[in-house]
Design a binder for this molecule. Structure first.
Ligand code: SF4
Ligand code: SF4
Length: 422
């Protein structure tokens, strides 16, 4: 798809502004009723899904010059998808999230993107990770763990660590827990070590689709060569890429986030918790594990008007509301840990508020990105919990940075809690 393919859809955006709120029947308080971080922060219509439809229409009609402000309007979208869920609930089957992805791609194809993205893109091209750290160090986190190297040995399951867990030393304890759990469960698995490449989810969300395709095809080829059938990851971004984006490029592997795997082990009685963890916690649904963690097939068909009025799609267009994301599994794990008290936030599951790290905004608009994380932390604290738990390294890092030295409140990965309970 390209931006021009959304021309008809753009005309059908009714300016109702429902995309700026969680669905009204789910609102519990005015304070936490908004869903779109960018309109929330910039407080100007252009920074909403509706505004981005209008901007796109102006670009398609050649009515605007591409200025820095237009670039900001596109790239401050975190591609969190909250607008998409709300819009679908109240209006026709519009796809503001997919449209904004194409808006970013249209701009990126002509070199119109933030400076920070240029650095990330260079790093990806040279070292296959956004940080620019040598790709020869990608497998260092696994040294001494005695994990199979699937470029030389065989196994059914590959564990994809991803950029964050591979390179961020602060997260190495978490990723080692994932390995420990797979080992304890007797899973025959391995890793790709230094040959593993970035999943590409981040640069896809920044509009660099051809570079994403290159990375995805390289990872798919690696897995095919290794003869694996299943991909397990502990990263929500990676999960989203493998589950939702890779199938468009011919990938047909089984994809599991580690929380799905752990939940399954608990239900089968293969994983039990022996330690009490007396903590009051709240759980943050990562956008890419939740509403964007469901399988997705791009619709290609014809949009017609019945009796010149009612929009009909041929063939029928599926509606992706985010309801099939991964929501129950992490909650099942938390509820299985003795001593944990889970207190839910107001915006949860497909209506969750973003952590602020998506769409390349953490790197290009850090002040805004941190503000968004702070907003979510306020909601977390309002539950009375002492700890926010999440299942994504990007969410954890953005929240931790925003929290600073805020005594009395902490942010942990769900795997860290599992480790404490084992
Ligand atoms: S909810 Fe949908 S139709 Fe309404 S303004 Fe937002 S994008 Fe347009
Ligand atoms: S994807 Fe998220 S940040 Fe972007 S317009 Fe939708 S709600 Fe706002």
């Amino acid at each position: 798809m390209a931006l021009k393919d959304y021309a008809k859809e753009i005309e059908r955006c009714s300016a109702c502004s429902y995309c700026k709120w969680i669905p009204f029947d789910h609102v519990k308080s005015w304070r936490f009723a908004k869903n779109c971080p960018s309109i929330d922060y910039y407080n100007f219509n252009n920074y909403s899904a509706r505004g981005r439809y209008l901007t796109s229409r102006s670009i398609l009609r050649d009515e605007v010059k591409i200025t820095d402000e237009i670039i900001d309007i596109a790239h401050t979208c975190l591609t969190c998808g909250a607008c998409d869920v709300s819009c679908k609930i109240c209006r026709y089957n519009l796809e503001p999230l997919e449209m904004v992805r194409e808006l970013k791609a249209e701009l990126a194809a002509k070199g119109n993107y933030p400076e920070a993205h240029k650095v990330m893109l260079k790093n990806i091209k040279e070292e296959a990770n956004i940080f620019g750290i040598s790709r020869k160090r990608r497998g260092e986190w696994a040294e001494g763990l005695n994990i199979k190297d699937l470029t030389k040995e065989k196994a059914e399951v590959v564990f994809h660590a991803g950029c964050s867990y591979s390179y961020d030393k602060k997260l190495s304890g978490t990723v080692k827990t994932a390995v420990e759990i797979l080992n304890n469960a007797g899973v025959d698995f391995g890793i790709m070590g230094d040959a593993e490449m970035c999943c590409g989810a981040k640069i896809h969300s920044m509009g660099h689709h051809s570079e994403f395709d290159r990375l995805a095809k390289a990872n798919i080829a690696l897995w095919k060569r290794a003869g694996v059938t299943t991909i397990v990851t502990a990263c929500a971004d990676g999960y989203h890429a493998f589950k939702r984006l890779y199938p468009e490029l011919g990938s047909n592997f089984t994809v599991l986030h580690i929380v799905e795997y752990i939940d399954q082990l608990i239900r089968e009685g293969k994983l039990t918790f022996s330690n009490e963890v007396p903590m009051t916690i709240t759980y943050h649904d990562p956008c890419h594990l939740g509403r964007q963690g469901e399988s997705y097939e791009a619709w290609e068909g014809e949009e017609q008007k019945y009796k010149n009025q009612i929009v009909v799609h041929s063939p029928k267009k599926p509606r992706y509301n985010g309801i099939n994301g991964i929501y129950d599994e992490p909650r099942n794990i938390l509820n299985a840990i003795p001593g944990i008290e889970l207190r839910e936030m107001e915006r949860i599951r497909e209506f969750s508020y973003c952590c602020g790290a998506g769409g390349g905004a953490r790197e290009s608009y850090p002040e805004y990105s941190q503000w968004v994380a702070g907003e979510r932390l306020e909601e977390a604290k309002a539950t009375g919990a002492e700890t926010l738990v999440t299942a994504c390294p990007w969410c954890k890092t953005n929240f931790t940075d925003s929290l600073g030295d805020n005594a009395g409140f902490s942010v942990v990965d769900i795997l860290d809690l599992v480790r404490m309970a084992l």
